[in-house]
Write a protein that binds this ligand. Structure first.
Ligand code: SF4
Ligand code: SF4
Length: 65
């Protein structure tokens, strides 16, 4: 799965719109976007996922599961 570093997220919305699983949303109280770990499937386990290259601040990273 992938995760977002809150301190790097600028709320630009670029990642959310490209996610085929609708796994990304804005957190209601924290100043960041979040990835729903139950929905993110690493773009069907592809090595080239959709969200990462869209992020202008490199806030999205692959998490060890
Ligand atoms: S890796 Fe793919 S499925 Fe997971 S949050 Fe990013 S775009 Fe969505
Ligand atoms: S693309 Fe990056 S900076 Fe923009 S909302 Fe997503 S995680 Fe935050």
């Amino acid at each position: 799965m992938h995760l977002i570093k809150p301190d790097l997220c600028t709320l630009c919305d670029a990642c959310r719109v490209v996610c085929p699983r609708n796994a990304i949303s804005v957190h209601q109280t924290e100043n960041t976007y979040i990835i729903n770990e139950d929905e993110c499937n690493d773009c069907n386990n592809m090595s080239a996922v959709r969200c990462v290259p869209q992020c202008p601040t490199d806030a999205i990273f692959k998490a060890n599961t």
